[in-house]
Design a protein around this ligand. Structure first.
Ligand code: ATP
Ligand code: MG
Length: 732
């Protein structure tokens, strides 16, 4: 491998060096996977720091918090012992920070604005739909939302006419403004608009960042691009790296021609290409290249720096459970061979595929960590608590109000809720957002509660008293406020009243977990109050589907040796020694969603959607350093029905000489251990017989102690795995 010059002991090749040492000015590094783009960014930050650039004059943006975290670690290792670190973070965190500080310059917003997540957004859309007389059943909230968001992101919304949803979109925006809330996209949109509009604000922020660096540039959407150009508008030192062949977020507004737009946006931009792949074995690289050969955005081939290595192994299993078992078996083998579990990534196209794998790993005691697991935050008790916290922080948050008033139930049903909302909306008819009566204020007044009778009235009054008691918590830390809320809710039978099979202990332990997250947060950001914590939580969970796990959980899992489970989207930028790509089936990879689009029969080009699925598979393959396993199920349960599946078209396109088909029947015989554990009484090659399976021959051993197993190839039954302790196996 070509290597010139050393930084921090590691060698950079010629092009990498040029990128790291290039002076200021707009720079675009375009190169394939594993070519060291992320490394160039971290080395460049390290160089700037060493040369005396103050850390707070550097901002680096990437796609997920996990990626940001590992880059920050890399920089810390390169330039250790600094008190202040540069700001390495996500676009959304940058936007959130700007908005929190500048909220007062935006009509309708205060600094403690709420962040609406996908569920809250969908609730608002549904309300707006029914207010417009559109049937919710015929207009799925998520589709409507998707359309509205596309229009909103566009620089010129006229290019995305909303048709029947024009009014829905208006009502949606109004609701957010009224609730002092911003949705996830809104973080970016509001901050970009603000910077574009207010020269003073723009110059302040852009002046601060002498150097702006952006990783995974191919997946930035129009708004992010605008934000980047605004933040770079004073110094112009914008350094972006990306790979158009790894663009996998077009469906969320990433513009595939973003590379060209960068060149258009930043005049005199220099382009640097990296040539070598340092990650993957030559075989893996060749297979990945073959997949893209006729589909590349920018024609180029990466030169391998490593040996050919192992062939890609492919297995077809009966169904998803057998698929999970096969993966589990291979992983046990790898472990026995001394591979560390954290070097193994199991990737899937949809979250739905995760369950079978996860439950098998749990049963077989294979340590794993799910990246992007936000189920914890979706839990009912957590959502309830967060609703109270949001409401204390931002009393205008109507979505939180309606959630909190139901936790526990207080006799305020749907009808009374509608009435109350109508009364308040009516009273606020002509009032500017900031001067409106909030729902918590409204129910303090007997003129409002007096309109209700019996249990409902009592419910409203007691809820109002509770909110008054909790209101002073607004100036507390999130951790303390959460404890006080729990103390206030417990006597009301909040947890006890919850339906569902889970035990109370389970719910309590998830509360504990939220509290410890809040404590962690307070420790890390002692100056940030409740808004800060809520922003953190929102950013963690709404990056779906590339969401990162909760930060404290991530830290815990990173400490132990665990297999990493995640979607293909979430795997972007990561690397593993061994990668499993599961569900290589039509309708999964490529996903059904991409197949709905009619194919251009006579034109020979594939649809944009299929092309994006292809790139997704390409991203998956190129995560691997040494070994790739492809698995698929012959029959899969989709949307409730078990259906036979067809092998993915992408699988067929891999060069056959690079892929070995593995018969799952022989999986057990895959050299697990040839040495028998002490006292086994058998050796490999022994002829044996079994009461049920009949005659066979010992092929291998696995596990230790209680878990010790013997693998026997039976003449009539194929390979079976038997526990040594319990087996009735005899030597012939
Ligand atoms: P992706 O497109 O997948 O994000 P990337 O271009 O960002 O990939 P990196 O993650 O920066 O690539 O680097 C890939 C691997 O190659 C890393 O393990 C990195 O440490 C290693 N690497 C990068 N440059 C060199 C080099 N010059 N010599 C040896 N190893 C290198
Ligand atoms: Mg990278």
């Amino acid at each position: 491998p070509p290597a010139t010059g050393a930084i921090g002991g590691a060698h950079l090749d010629h092009e990498q060096r040029a990128a790291v040492h290039r002076g200021g000015g707009p720079t675009l590094v375009v190169a394939g996977p594993g070519s060291g783009k992320t490394r160039v960014i971290t080395e460049r930050i390290a160089r700037l720091l060493r040369e005396g650039t103050p850390p707070d004059r550097i901002a680096c943006m990437t796609f997920t918090r996990r990626a940001a975290g590992s880059m920050a670690e890399r920089v810390e290792r390169l330039v250790p012992g600094r008190r202040h670190q540069p700001w390495i973070t996500t676009f959304h965190s940058v936007a959130l920070r700007i908005l929190r500080q500048e909220a007062d310059s935006i009509e309708g917003l205060t600094r403690s604005f709420s962040i609406y997540d996908g569920a809250a957004q969908a609730r608002v859309i549904r309300k707006a739909l029914s207010a417009c007389g559109l049937e919710v059943r015929l207009h799925p909230a998520h589709d409507v939302l998707d359309r509205i968001q596309r229009a909103r992101r566009a620089e010129n919304p006229a290019t995305h006419p909303l048709g029947p949803y024009t009014e829905v979109a208006q009502l949606y925006e109004e609701h957010l403004a009224k609730a002092n809330a911003v949705d996830f996209d809104g973080l970016l949109i509001h901050s970009a608009r603000l910077l574009a509009r207010e020269a003073e604000v723009r110059e302040r922020w852009a002046g601060r960042f002498e150097h702006l660096l952006i990783d995974e540039f191919q997946d930035t959407n129009e708004v992010q691009l605008r934000l980047a150009s605004l933040l770079g508008s004073v110094h112009g030192n914008v350094f972006a790296v990306g790979d158009p062949d790894q663009s996998i977020y077009a469906w969320r507004g990433a513009t595939p021609d973003v590379m060209l737009r960068f060149q258009a946006l930043f005049e005199g931009c220099a382009t640097i290409k990296l040539q070598h792949n340092y990650r993957s074995s030559a075989n893996i690289l060749e297979a990945a290249d073959a997949l893209m050969a006729e589909h590349q955005k920018l024609p180029r081939r990466l030169l391998p720096t490593r040996e050919s290595g192992e062939a890609i192994l492919s297995m077809a299993l009966k169904d998803a459970h057998h698929e999970a078992r096969a993966i589990g078996k291979v992983i046990q083998n790898l472990k026995t061979d001394g591979q560390s579990l954290s070097g193994i990534g199991v990737l899937y196209r949809t979250h739905m595929q995760q369950r079978a794998i996860e439950s098998l790993f749990a049963r077989w005691k294979i340590a794993f960590h799910v990246v992007g697991a936000t189920e914890f935050l979706e839990r009912r008790e957590i959502q309830d608590l967060l609703a109270y916290l949001r409401l204390i922080d931002n009393p205008r948050d109507e979505d939180a109000f309606w959630r909190a008033i139901q936790a526990p139930k207080r006799g305020v049903g749907e009808l009374s809720a509608k009435r109350l909302q109508a009364v308040v909306d009516e009273a606020n008819m002509d009032v500017f957002w900031k001067d409106r009566t909030t729902l918590p204020e409204a129910i303090q007044s007997t003129r409002v509660t007096g309109g209700f009778k019996g249990r409902t009235r009592e419910g409203l009054e007691s809820f109002s008293r509770l909110l008054e008691d909790l209101a002073p918590l607004a100036s507390e830390t999130a951790a303390r406020a959460l404890r006080a809320i729990i103390d206030a809710l417990e006597p009301l039978g909040w947890i006890d009243a919850m339906p569902g099979g889970e035990g109370r202990g389970d719910r309590r332990s998830s509360l504990e977990e939220l509290l410890s997250a809040a404590d962690d947060f307070h420790e890390r950001y002692p100056d940030d109050g409740i808004s800060g914590f809520l922003g953190d939580v929102a950013i963690v969970r709404d990056l779906e589907p590339d969401a990162d796990g909760e930060p404290h959980r991530d830290a815990r899992a990173a400490a132990r040796d665990a297999v990493q489970l995640m979607t293909l989207h979430a795997a972007k930028g990561l690397e593993f020694k061994t990668v499993f790509i599961t569900g290589l089936e039509e309708e999964l990879l490529p996903h059904l969603r991409a197949l709905h689009v009619p194919e251009n029969g006579e034109l020979e080009e594939e649809s944009d959607e299929i092309a994006e699925e292809r790139r997704l598979f390409f991203v998956g393959l190129t995560r691997a350093k040494d070994q790739v396993f492809l698995t698929r199920a012959r029959s899969r349960v989709m949307y409730g029905n078990a259906r036979p599946s067809r092998t993915s078209r992408f699988h067929h396109e891999l060069p056959t000489d690079l892929v070995d088909i593995l018969d799952p029947e022989h999986l057990d015989a895959l050299a697990i251990e040839k040495d028998a554990p002490p006292g086994a009484g058998f050796a490999v090659g022994d002829a044996v017989s079994h009461g049920h399976y009949g005659p066979g021959r010992v092929v291998a051993f696995a596990g230790r102690d209680f878990d010790a197993r013997v693998l026997v190839h039976f003449e009539d039954h194929g390979v079976k795995e038997l526990f040594l302790q319990h087996t009735s196996l005899r030597r012939e």
